[in-house]
Design a protein around this ligand. Structure first.
Ligand code: SF4
Ligand code: SF4
Length: 192
């Protein structure tokens, strides 16, 4: 099977798992409300001893510890309607080193349906990064986006002006220090 087909099948399977998880969460929330109400009524009638209440609290704490990480999806927005920023990125790349493309963010179902944007297989559906810390889709060297026309909504709408991870002073072009371990990728260092 070709890798793109495998990727699309995996995306569809994870989306189904996500829908099932959402339904389970709704059911569990309903059960929680019911149990809370029962405990309240039993307490009011004096049917619960302090030991019972402590045991219930322990069960609740244990359940909270057992919660597994969730599949993360950004709320749907048509990315082609997201207005692009008016920052001259090309002129600023020597200062910022395109570090916004090292940030982590969630994709939308639109990205998954299109099948062009890669995501972290172990953390669906966050944009995928490579070991150098940058997005899979950044062109190592030029720092251009290799999927520019299909890039996610978060990339289109991002505005770094007030972001302290990027600038100490945007107007005066003073960049913040690069995050620990992040180095501008060299041409051909990975994928580009
Ligand atoms: S950090 Fe700001 S200036 Fe640099 S590439 Fe990203 S949006 Fe453009
Ligand atoms: S998809 Fe493109 S614009 Fe978005 S983070 Fe990756 S390289 Fe940057």
């Amino acid at each position: 099977m070709d890798p793109d087909e495998v990727y699309r099948s995996l995306a569809a399977a994870l989306r189904r798992a996500n829908d099932a998880t959402a339904k389970n969460e709704r059911d569990i929330a309903g059960l929680h409300a019911l149990v809370d109400q029962l405990v309240y009524l039993l307490s009011r009638r004096g049917e619960l001893a302090p030991g019972h209440k402590k045991a219930l609290e322990r069960i609740r704490e244990q359940a909270a510890r057992d919660v597994r990480p969730k599949v993360r999806l950004r709320m749907y927005v048509d990315k082609y309607q997201v207005p692009g920023g008016d920052i001259d990125c090309e002129a600023r790349l020597p200062l910022c080193h395109g570090r916004c493309c090292a940030f982590s963010f969630e994709l939308t179902t639109q990205d998954l349906d299109e099948g062009k944007v890669r995501w972290e297989v172990l953390e669906p559906y966050l944009i995928r990064h490579e070991p150098d810390g940058y997005c899979t889709h950044i062109e190592r060297g030029s720092l251009g986006c290799s999927i520019y026309h299909d890039r996610p909504a978060a990339c289109r709408g991002f505005d770094c002006r007030g972001d302290a991870r990027v600038w100490i002073d945007f107007e005066n072009r003073i960049p913040a220090p690069m995050p620990d371990g992040l180095v501008r990728p060299r041409p051909g260092s990975l994928l580009g």
